[in-house]
Design a protein around this ligand. Structure first.
Ligand code: ADP
Ligand code: LRH
Length: 449
């Protein structure tokens, strides 16, 4: 019977349970269960629907339990970065995790900066300033949310939280923790200086575990509910991007990865963090890799813009999917481009109108058709990819040879063409499920050791 590994990969658009089946040393990924990940806005706050996601994960496990053709070896979980939930002294979750697109932290950025400057923070953590970084979330929650202030005893990042619900064990996995803006990139531990200066208690964080650590097994209750046995749970590169970079299977140092999903993450795996002003000003961030190295990358607010455009069109009653939008964009040839990094595209009420308004302001043109609007997005993405490649080449002083594209965006042939044309690099299309692949590879490696 073939050995198989369960990889849960939760992205901002959907969650999936993928089985990595070992077929004579070659891993075949099979999608067993996919479920939407729709955030819920309640009383002015945007939440991740964790109870529903956890429910769907268990439905996936039930499907796996019925499989008689594979022998399940282990399970790993990866999710988006920065977010998490608070637990009280009894290990009960006291808040639903708040979505990184929620605006609550905007009001504390200046406050945090008046205590510790952006430059100092970058020098310690190597993490690019972004309103959603965990540092601002923790500062806000501990200062302005009275329930968390009084009862928030432990912080778990999203994959840690799900791991806890499956195993009963509390830990913070290193790659997901590296997205927080709270880790000292040199010592690889939580920064005493940051916690002390911001008057935050370092004890709210849990033990840091490295990717490839077996953290527990499925609890008895979950075993009974799903029909699975006490399978080992392995902390993989719990940050989806860390897993995706493993799944991109980079072969040479001059190859870049471009992980294209809700976000586009473009970068290199390097041995040393880049902390100079130049790196900070170019928008580079230094996250932890699943191999203990540094993921030097740029966070690009990527296919989210197309996702939201599709949503607007669907809300208007138009039955269009990604292939339809792509087909329309292919028919159009204009050079107007939105500025993808502009904050206005983070969480606008109506993405289509926002794109149209931005082009009207910048070029005094009125975009009309779906294809015209989508093309302004593709052009904007192309420009940013091109700029990012140049910035990398300048920073590391070497030429990039190849871009390895992975993630859902590889299903978009037009996007692949845009990457090629904009960067003038060789583009190799990898797996659409790179995070799941990386997740499985780390599990296999752990069990082999
Ligand atoms: P995440 O992991 O962040 O949820 P994915 O890696 O699944 O995201 O990528 C989602 C993106 O993939 C969509 O926003 C869309 O741009 C692209 N995509 C998904 N399905 C298709 C398709 N059938 N054709 C073209 N592009 C697609
Ligand atoms: C992509 C991602 C990205 C950022 C963002 C918040 O899913 O993990 O690397 O951390 O979500």
């Amino acid at each position: 019977m073939n050995k198989a590994y369960i990889a849960f990969d939760l992205g901002a658009s959907s969650g999936r349970l993928m089985l990595g089946i070992d077929k004579e040393g070659k891993i075949e990924l099979e999608e067993v269960h996919r479920f939407p990940n729709d955030p819920v806005v309640m009383n002015g706050t945007m939440y991740w629907d964790i109870p529903r996601l956890f429910h769907e994960m268990k439905q996936g496990l039930k499907k796996v339990a019925l499989r008689k053709d594979v022998s399940i070896q282990s399970m790993g979980i990866d999710t988006w970065g920065v977010d998490g939930a608070w637990l009280d002294e009894n290990g009960q979750m006291i808040n639903l995790p708040i979505h990184y697109r929620d605006g609550r932290t905007a009001k504390v950025i200046d406050e945090v900066e008046s205590i510790i400057s952006e430059e100092t923070l970058y020098g310690i953590t190597g993490i690019q300033k972004a309103a959603f970084n965990t540092i601002y979330q923790l500062y806000y929650d501990k200062k302005y949310n009275s329930i968390i202030k009084n009862h928030g005893k432990k912080w778990l990042f999203t994959p840690d939280l799900l791991g806890y619900l499956f195993t009963g064990k509390m830990y913070n996995e290193a790659t997901i923790a590296s997205t927080s803006g709270l880790i000292d990139v040199e010592t690889k531990g939580y920064s005493k200086e940051i916690f002390d200066k911001l008057n935050l208690d370092r004890n709210v964080m849990c033990e840091l575990v490295q990717p490839g650590t077996q953290v527990g097994t499925l609890t008895k209750a979950i075993q009974e509910e799903t029909g699975l046995g006490p399978i080992p749970i392995i902390a993989v590169g719990s940050h989806d991007t860390a897993s995706a970079v493993v799944g991109a299977e980079i072969e040479k140092e001059d190859e870049m990865y471009l992980v294209c999903g809700t976000w586009c993450l473009m970068g290199l795996e390097v041995s040393k963090a880049q902390l100079e002003e130049k790196a900070r000003l170019s928008g580079f961030t230094n996250e932890g890799s699943a191999k203990g190295k540094v993921r030097l990358l740029k966070n690009i607010n990527g296919l989210w813009i197309l996702q939201q455009l599709k949503k607007c069109l669907n809300d208007k009653g138009l039955k269009v999917d990604f292939p339809d939008i792509i087909e329309e964009a292919r028919k159009v040839n204009h050079e107007y481009a939105i500025d993808i990094a502009d904050e206005r595209f983070m969480a606008p009420t109506n993405m289509e109108q926002e794109i149209i308004a931005a082009c009207k302001e910048k070029y005094n043109v009125q975009l009309e058709s779906i294809g015209e609007v989508a093309t302004a997005v593709y052009n904007g993405l192309g420009k940013l990819y091109q700029e990012t490649v140049h910035q990398f080449e300048e920073l590391i002083g070497e030429e990039i040879s190849t871009i390895r594209m992975v993630g859902g965006g590889t299903k978009d042939a037009h996007l692949c063409e845009v990457v090629k044309q904009a960067t003038h690099k060789a583009v190799i299309k990898g797996t659409t499920e790179a995070s799941a692949m990386g997740n499985v590879l780390v599990q296999m490696n752990t069990l082999r050791l």
